[in-house]
Design a binder for this molecule. Structure first.
Ligand code: TRP
Length: 382
């Protein structure tokens, strides 16, 4: 049995090169090795921007196009919309009782989001963000959750909730086989206890689940944090690409836009003239080159990259020349993405179809889980 993965994004706008490097690239690989569920977490966007719900329909379509453009394949992975699965909300309401308010208040992500979204006092929903995320993850009984380091604490909360649920509500063996419910051994050994160690550059986080009772309802999921994937800096040299900082190159940017953004990029601020030795290591132009040249699988570009780095550190090449090279590399990388995007953009029915199919498939999983959850809790009154 293939292990199951759940991860996803909030539909807040176009995805950018940083998303590609940090997660999308990885998902394209994971979809071949695991049973993948990719959630479009529209309910999560309401925790910071409830007034923007009218934008979600378009953002969701664009997100699917971003996915398809990088090679996420709807025939392999299940792409679904969170708000169309009422069982997610139902599960979140149950989970709310298994975590304390101070535990949620202490999460650094809360402060970060409040700062970034200019929120002074968190809403009940924002405080509960990780609880909703736990419902996303546990409703499909995911084994592995590929996320960036910033989301690791949410997976930890998910693990705590799962353990607490399993502790409070063990499945009564007297019930005999539960419909749609794999035997305990399939859960605790095959799915949650084997780690993700075989998955190349990925590192599984957290200790194996020893707390899962023999007939535990939930496997204890693990965060899969990409190793050594440096986050891509912004075009302005800031540590991260972020839409609000306006320092991103989107996967859907056209050639003109990419060129303009790259030619205006921050480089080595200490280097004033092209004949001065420059720093390539902390230079976003070279960081991008190092991230995207390997994507092209072309030795010509690899050689040029090495050569340009050498010349740059000796003061034998101007910024413009390196930037022009980066434009060329990014164009080469983005061209196939644009083609795929154009193809699917025209076919809006196909995109809707992907979401409908994916959502009903995920919903079946959610319903099965909730049935077992209620049974374990003895809420199956009639
Ligand atoms: N919180 C995640 C983010 O902002 C998105 C998300 C929602 C998610 N539900 C999830 C990620 C479940 C992994 C698993 O990036």
């Amino acid at each position: 049995m293939k292990k199951r993965i759940l991860t996803g994004d909030r539909p807040t706008g176009r995805l950018h090169l940083g998303h590609y490097v940090g997660s999308l690239k990885n998902r394209v690989r994971l979809q071949n090795e695991y049973e993948c569920f990719f959630i479009i977490a529209d309910l999560h966007t309401l925790t910071t921007a409830p007034q923007k719900s009218a934008d979600l329909a378009d953002n969701i379509k664009q997100l699917v196009l971003d996915y398809l453009s990088v090679g996420i394949d709807a025939a392999k992975a299940t792409i679904f919309v969170q708000s169309q699965i009422p069982e997610v909300a139902e599960l979140a309401v149950i989970f709310q009782n298994l975590v304390t308010v101070p535990r949620l208040e202490r999460l650094p992500t809360l402060k970060d989001v409040m700062r970034d979204s200019h929120i002074k006092i968190p809403s009940f929903g924002l405080l509960g963000y990780p609880v909703l995320q736990a419902a996303d993850i546990l409703m499909v009984k995911a084994d592995l959750v590929p996320v960036g380091r910033d989301q690791e604490s949410h997976v930890e909360v998910t693990r705590e909730i799962a353990r607490e649920f399993n502790r409070l509500y063990p499945l009564d063996s007297a019930w005999g086989p539960v419909s749609h419910f794999p035997p305990a051994s399939a859960h605790s050994r095959d799915r949650s206890e084997r780690d993700g160690g075989s998955s190349g550059e990925l590192r599984a986080v957290g200790i194996p689940s020893t707390t899962a009772t023999p007939r535990a309802v939930f496997p204890i999921p693990k965060a899969l944090i990409p190793k050594e994937v440096g986050t891509l800096p912004g075009t302005d040299g800031r540590a991260k690409m972020s839409k609000s900082a306006g320092n991103v190159i989107n996967l859907s940017d056209d050639s003109e836009t990419v060129k303009k953004k790259v030619m205006g990029m921050y480089t080595d601020p200490k280097r004033i003239h092209g004949d001065e030795p420059g720093d390539t290591e902390h230079n976003p132009v070279f960081i991008y080159l190092d991230a995207f040249v390997p994507e092209l699988n072309n030795t010509k570009y690899q050689i040029q990259n090495t050569e340009y780095k050498e010349r740059y550190s000796k003061g034998k090449i101007k910024d413009v020349e390196v930037k022009k090279f980066l434009v060329e590399v990014l164009e080469e990388f983005l061209q196939p993405l644009r083609e795929r995007r154009r193809k699917y953009e025209k076919d809006t029915e196909y995109v809707d179809e992907i979401l409908k199919k994916g959502t009903s498939k995920a919903r079946v999983e959610a319903q099965k889980t909730l049935e077992v959850v209620k049974r374990a809790m003895k809420l199956d009154y009639f």
